[in-house]
Write a protein that binds this ligand. Structure first.
Ligand SMILES: NC(=O)c1ccc[n+]([C@@H]2O[C@H](COP(=O)([O-])OP(=O)(O)OC[C@H]3O[C@@H](n4cnc5c(N)ncnc54)[C@H](OP(=O)(O)O)[C@@H]3O)[C@@H](O)[C@H]2O)c1
Length: 336
């Protein structure tokens, strides 16, 4: 049995969702020959650290405490920061699952740099630091002979990076484009299918928990732009940053435009385009595989050999996104 030690930084929706899936899939993981032990869980105000036995933290106990907002009442809670933990706790992989600031990348950027400098592999769902400092952190990982993987950071459960790197290796990727933001897709779908006005559709998206903490990132197109930057750098060898992306969001959409598009067998979607470094509203034919509704994401990979491949699925959700986090963790675990 191979023991893999983890540090979780950020115990919000994704941190808790991941822990829940880890518990649910324990039998499967054991059959695969792995024992995953969570050695520490860090929040902004302190950390729970497992110092004693070989089993790691009892996740059921921490999940129950977190549910009741009593994380810091755990017997092993101390005011140690993520930085203290990354330095002092022995672990193979750091999971960086904090909220990202698009302008600074913090606190995730410092956590990723500290993790790599302390010789941990990194798996993250946090898109901002990866988009802001893609070259710096991938170079740092190389320098330490560690991996940084971020399948969950772009299009949630959709296996974009793994598909391109592990299955489409022979292909040159000409472009990656599509719907990378579930909130805006939900709003546009509601406006198109039900004639709902923009503000009501946005309110519903918030009520359903689809929107990021600050929905302006979604509707302004910034969230999509960040994902375009990561996919373009990681899979198309482009060297672009956020400032290179031409961004327009969905706030200017009118009910008339949607109606007119419909009459001509088109729908209007917010499309991120890695080749053009652009986020914009585009007319998409009704019969296009990119015409998917609700809060789903759809990504089209345009290649020289396989031609077009479209993958659709859930771009968010704590359980769904954990699928991507596990694919990264298991890839690292194979090589440890
Ligand atoms: N939710 C999704 O479906 C989804 C999908 C794909 C990617 N992501 C990305 O994954 C990341 C986590 O998302 P989430 O939905 O889990 O967010 P979340 O629910 O806000 O959870 C983030 C957690 O990190 C904590 N935190 C804040 N600052 C911290 C710090 N300095 N050190 C340690 N912990 C800190 C937060 O504490 P407080 O709440 O007390 O501030 C919160 O518990 C984000 O970057 C998000 O963009 C999310």
């Amino acid at each position: 049995m191979k023991a893999i030690n983890l540090i979780i930084i950020g115990f919000g929706n994704i941190g808790r969702g991941f822990s829940d899936v880890l518990l649910r899939k324990e039998k499967f993981l054991t059959e695969q020959g792995y024992k995953f032990r969570v050695k520490a869980i860090c929040e902004w105000n302190g950390s729970i650290i497992n110092n004693d036995d070989g089993n790691g933290i009892n996740l059921n106990e921490v999940l129950e405490l977190a549910k009741n907002k009593k994380f810091n009442e755990h017997k092993n809670f101390s005011e140690k920061t993520a930085n203290d933990v990354l330095k002092g706790v022995d672990a193979d992989i750091a999971l960086e699952l904090t909220p990202g600031n698009i302008r600074t990348g913090e606190p995730g950027l410092s956590n990723i740099i500290n993790a790599l400098n302390n010789n941990r592999h990194v798996v993250t769902s946090n898109k901002s630091p990866v988009a802001l400092k893609f070259n710096e952190i991938t170079e740092l990982a190389k320098k330490h002979n560690k991996k940084i993987l971020y399948e969950a950071a772009v299009a949630g459960a959709i296996p974009l990076f793994n598909l391109c790197r592990e299955t489409l290796q022979i292909n040159t990727i000409n472009n990656i484009y599509g719907i990378f933001n579930g909130t805006t897709n939900y709003i546009l779908t509601k406006m198109t299918d039900e004639g709902t006005d923009f503000n009501t559709a946005l309110k519903e998206a918030r009520e359903l928990g689809y929107a990021e903490r600050d929905a302006t990132y979604d509707i302004s197109g910034y969230d999509t732009a960040v994902k375009v930057v990561i996919a373009a750098n990681a899979l198309m060898k482009r060297k672009i940053n956020f400032n290179n992306v031409q961004i327009s969001g969905i706030t200017g959409i009118t009910e008339e435009a949607i109606k007119l598009a419909k009459e001509h067998n088109y729908v209007i979607k917010l499309i991120g385009d890695c080749n053009k470094s652009e986020v914009s509203l585009r007319l998409i034919r009704k019969d296009s595989p990119l015409n998917i509704g609700g809060n789903l994401n759809a990504v089209m990979i345009d290649t020289d050999i396989a031609k077009d491949i479209t993958i659709t699925g859930r771009g968010a959700g704590a359980t769904e996104t954990s699928s991507s986090i596990f694919s990264d963790i298991l890839k690292i675990a194979e090589e440890i």
